[in-house]
Design a protein around this ligand. Structure first.
Ligand SMILES: [Fe+2]
Length: 358
């Protein structure tokens, strides 16, 4: 029998019964977990990608629930490889070694998610989170509590930030870590002071699809001055909060990029109205992540990696308004690396070369 619970489709045979105490806490859930009311009714208890607080386990144990049914999403071996690659980059002593790890990591990402539709991006998301996330759990919990759209989106954009840095020749582990954590806070100002409304999410999505249209969307719907100002000022609000964490950054100047993530080539952006020359190349990396990922709740699933890495990239590449964003170089380097990194069947290459030689 096929189930469809809150957008998650699965068969009963896909589920595996696990003890509640086996679920790892204080990290991101590797799987969806269901409580089976009967053979035909399942209740979603925990989503893959959710942050698992220890109190979650206690709460259900106290209710007398000792086991749940697990729907695995990630490939544990992939998670391990990604974690190993980040560890190798961390200890790589020379630039040549750093580049070697960078190439291996991009090759794996490209083959797992760009050229294949069989894996979940969640493996990469968890590896990046466990390697780089440096804030107290409260920041992550705040996202999760205020808006699942912003929570899942932030996990994706921050992970993409590490990849786009690598694709653009950045191999300094500490700089990549700072890029991850800076991206985490890009829109934190939107949720830190208030609940994130559905209309605000729509305004953000309008802005993403047609840069510059977000504030107009709110004005058209006659939203309050407060809400419109929150939208327009969120880069500064996010930046002000981010500065409280600046001692944890190796390169605290990376945080300045938060201020630039909604500026535009023609000076029509906000909050300052800088134009092309006022936007640094590094700022365009964060812009790329921010405009690539839609404002919608992402449901992690087997095969979603290609949607995130390839489909969302293609959507951004073909966006008619992208001329307003100085991201052409970043788009080219992303696609260039992903295409380059495809595994080549060496045997076929050798045979071709032998044929040519004879
Ligand atoms: Fe933003």
């Amino acid at each position: 029998m096929q189930f469809n619970v809150k957008g998650i489709t699965f068969n009963h045979d896909d589920l595996e019964k696990v003890e509640l105490t086996e679920i790892k806490t204080e990290t991101i859930s590797h799987a969806h977990y269901f409580h089976m009311l009967s053979d035909t009714r399942a209740i979603l208890i925990l989503r893959a990608g959710d942050f698992v607080e220890p109190s979650f386990i206690t709460k259900y144990l106290e209710k007398g629930m000792n086991s749940l049914h697990q729907l695995s999403i990630i490939n544990k071996e992939d998670l391990l490889v990604y974690k190993q690659k980040w560890s190798q980059l961390k200890v790589a002593k020379t630039q040549i070694l750093q580049m070697k790890v960078r190439d291996e990591l991009i090759k794996k990402v490209s083959n797992d998610f760009w050229h294949s539709n069989e894996k979940s991006f969640l493996s990469f998301v968890i590896a990046a989170y466990e390697e780089f996330y440096q804030f107290e759990p409260l920041v992550l919990e705040n996202f999760q509590e205020k808006s699942m759209i912003m929570y899942t989106r932030t996990l994706l954009t921050s992970s993409i930030a590490t990849l786009v840095s690598l694709c653009n020749g950045i191999v300094d582990y500490k700089f990549i870590k700072d890029m991850y954590n800076t991206t985490f806070l890009l829109d934190y100002g939107m949720i830190a002071y208030d609940n994130f409304s559905y209309v605000m999410a729509q305004a953000c999505e309008a802005e993403r699809n047609r840069p510059g249209s977000g504030p107009d969307y709110l004005v058209k719907l006659k939203r309050s001055e407060r809400e419109i100002n929150l939208f327009k000022n969120h880069p500064e609000l996010s930046y002000n909060i981010a500065r409280d964490f600046e001692k944890d950054f190796t390169y605290p100047e990376v945080l300045d990029l938060i201020l630039l993530h909604h500026e535009k080539c023609d000076g029509s952006g906000f909050p300052k109205g800088y134009s092309y020359s006022g936007i640094s190349d590094t700022a365009t990396l964060l812009m790329f992540c921010d405009y690539m990922i839609p404002f919608e709740e992402h449901i992690f699933s087997v095969g979603d990696g290609q949607r995130v890495l390839y489909d969302y990239f293609k959507d951004l590449s073909s966006n008619e308004s992208k001329y307003l964003l100085p991201i052409n170089k970043v788009l080219a380097s992303w696609e260039g690396m992903m295409v380059w990194a495809k595994d080549i069947n060496q045997k076929v290459v050798d045979e071709c070369e032998e044929e040519v030689a004879s």
